[in-house]
Design a protein around this ligand. Structure first.
Ligand code: ADE
Length: 245
C-alpha cells in the first residue's frame, strides 16, 4: 500500500517510524511519503492561508498550493483515494478502515485553521474519489492527529503488519463480526497482584465457562458504556439473562 500525506507540519508524522508500522515501512510493506505543503507556496513567506470571504474568525487555506500539491503527488490521470480529515466529515469507523486497507493508494490532505478552500475538494473530486472524514465529535487544531489515527487503524489491518491475524478479527468493531460488543477485561501473570486475584474461571481450564464469562463481561461493559451498541447484536436467552442480572 502507498500512503502520501500533505501537511504544513511534516514533523507530526515522526511516530510513523515507530513500532509495528515502522517495521512494516522498513520492510517495504507500507510505502509512505510525507510532503510539506509549503513546497508549493511560491511567495517569499511561503503563505498557505488567507482571510475568509464573507468574514468571520480565523484563516482559510488557499487553493493554489493545495491544487499544485495534489497535482504533483497524484499526477493526472492517476487516481488515489483522497482523504480529508475535518470535524464536518462523515464518521471514520472500523468499516471505513477496512475499506481503506483494501485500497492500493491513499492520499491525506491535512487542513489547519478554519479548513481548506472548498474548491480544492470539488476540483480533486473531478478526478478521484474524495472522502471528508471525522474521527470524532470534538475539534482538533488540524488534521494531522486525525491522519495518525486513521493511518494506524488502517495499516494494522494490512497482512503482515500486526503479525497476528486473529487479534484483528477479534476486534470489538471488526466488520463481518456479527457482534458489536466492547471487549472485556484481560489478565496475565501473576495470578495474584497486590492482593487482587485473577477471576477464577480464567484458570479453570473450562473453555465453555471461559467463553460464557467473557461474553457476559463484554455484554455488561457494553450495556454500561455504549448502550446504543447492544441493539446491533443478536442476543440469545443466556445473553439476555446476563444483561438483566
Ligand atoms: N480536524 C479537526 N478536528 C477533526 C476531527 N474531529 N476529525 C478529523 N479531522 C479533524
Amino acid at each position: 500500500m502507498r500512503l502520501d500525506i500533505v501537511t504544513i507540519f511534516p514533523e507530526y508524522f515522526a511516530p510513523l517510524d515507530v513500532s509495528l508500522l515502522g517495521k512494516a515501512r522498513r520492510r517495504g510493506d507500507v510505502d509512505m511519503h510525507v510532503h510539506d505543503l509549503r513546497d508549493w507556496a511560491h511567495d517569499r513567506h511561503r503563505t498557505v492561508d488567507d482571510t475568509p470571504y464573507g468574514g468571520g474568525p480565523g484563516m482559510v487555506m488557499k487553493p493554489e498550493p493545495w491544487g499544485e500539491a495534489l497535482d504533483t503527488v497524484v499526477p493526472p490521470p492517476s487516481r488515489a483515494r483522497l482523504v480529508v480529515p475535518t470535524p464536518s466529515g462523515r464518521p471514520f469507523t472500523q468499516e471505513l478502515a477496512t475499506e481503506y486497507a483494501a485500497e492500493p493508494w491513499l492520499v491525506f490532505a491535512c487542513g489547519r485553521y478554519e479548513g481548506i478552500d472548498a474548491r480544492v475538494i470539488e476540483d480533486a473530486r473531478e478526478r478521484m474519489p474524495v472522502d471528508e472524514v471525522s474521527i470524532g465529535d470534538y475539534v482538533l487544531a488540524g488534521g494531522e492527529v486525525a491522519v495518525l489515527v486513521i493511518v494506524e487503524a488502517v495499516t494494522r489491518l494490512l497482512p503482515g503488519v500486526l503479525g497476528n491475524a486473529e487479534s484483528v478479527s477479534d476486534d470489538s468493531f471488526a466488520p463481518g463480526r456479527m457482534e458489536a460488543l466492547l471487549e472485556g477485561p484481560v489478565y496475565t501473570k501473576p495470578a495474584t497482584w497486590r492482593g487482587r486475584d485473577v477471576p477464577e474461571v480464567l484458570m479453570s481450564g473450562n473453555h465453555a465457562a471461559i467463553a460464557r464469562w467473557r461474553r457476559d463481561q463484554a455484554l455488561g461493559r457494553t450495556a454500561e458504556r455504549r448502550p446504543e451498541l447492544i441493539a446491533r447484536n443478536r442476543l440469545d436467552e443466556a445473553d439476555r439473562r446476563a444483561l438483566t442480572e
